[in-house]
Design a binder for this molecule. Structure first.
Ligand SMILES: [Zn+2]
Length: 231
């Protein structure tokens, strides 16, 4: 086995570890994230408060209407009792009762409007309650899935780290140092050579470099300094 091949294998493992570590970070960040649940909950709470206020308004209007109706009933009773004979007094009473009826009619219109608002708000509360339940269920399912994904990722990572150690133990310290250095500078340290071209920088390699690489010796690309690997 050539060193270049070992390094290429190490690079594959290292890149895999990097991407799995990124996935662990991402999954960990998403675990416990419950903004959608909180937002659905607060929208429901706001609508419930709105409904309570409307119901209070509705009740207050009904009480006022009942109160007016009692007064009107008493006024009508007096008017038609024949007990009051004074025309001025009668006409005053008539006017008062009419004013009360007008006021009641206004309040009844308002009560009707509020009743419609109450109905609309009730439907909204029902809808938002269902939405919250569905969002919560989705969240619970997501948490379960993410937890399982995280466990799987960690297991895979442990396996990869063991492989990484194994491959590294077969490579001498100086070569590992070179690998780390090029990797730091270029992102990847080893480049495959395909049809005489360095896949790292896509430049045609001189024949002498290719020949050296073919012997299994450690050769770096002249242009990008990556370690060349001929599969
Ligand atoms: Zn190159």
């Amino acid at each position: 086995m050539s060193v270049a091949r070992d390094l290429y294998r190490l690079q594959e493992i290292d890149l895999d570890i990097e991407s799995k570590e990124a996935a662990v970070r991402q999954t960990t960040a998403r675990l416990g994230e419950n903004e959608t649940v909180l937002s659905a909950r607060s929208r429901l709470a706001a609508e419930q408060t709105h409904l309570e206020e409307l119901t209070k308004q509705q009740r207050a209007l009904e009480w006022e209407i009942d109160d007016l109706s009692a007064k009107i009933k008493a006024g009508d009773k007096d008017l038609y009792s024949g007990r009051i004979r004074n025309p001025k007094e009668l006409s005053d009473l008539q006017q008062q009762t009419n004013a009360l009826k007008e006021r009641r009619s206004e309040l009844e219109d308002r009560a009707l409007a509020v009743m419609e608002e109450v109905e609309t708000s009730r439907r909204a509360v029902t809808g938002l309650t269902a939405e919250l339940r569905s969002v919560e269920q989705q969240w619970e399912a997501d948490q379960k899935r993410l937890t399982a994904e995280l466990a799987q990722l960690k297991e895979t990572l442990a396996g990869l780290r063991a492989q990484q150690q194994q491959v590294r133990s077969g490579i001498d310290a100086q070569t590992l140092e070179l690998y780390a250095l090029v990797r730091q500078r270029r992102g990847t340290a080893v480049a495959r050579v395909e049809q005489g071209i360095c896949r790292g920088c896509r430049i045609s390699l001189p024949v002498s470099e290719l020949q050296q690489a073919r012997t299994g010796r450690l050769v770096q690309c002249e242009s990008c300094s990556r370690i060349l690997y001929l599969p």
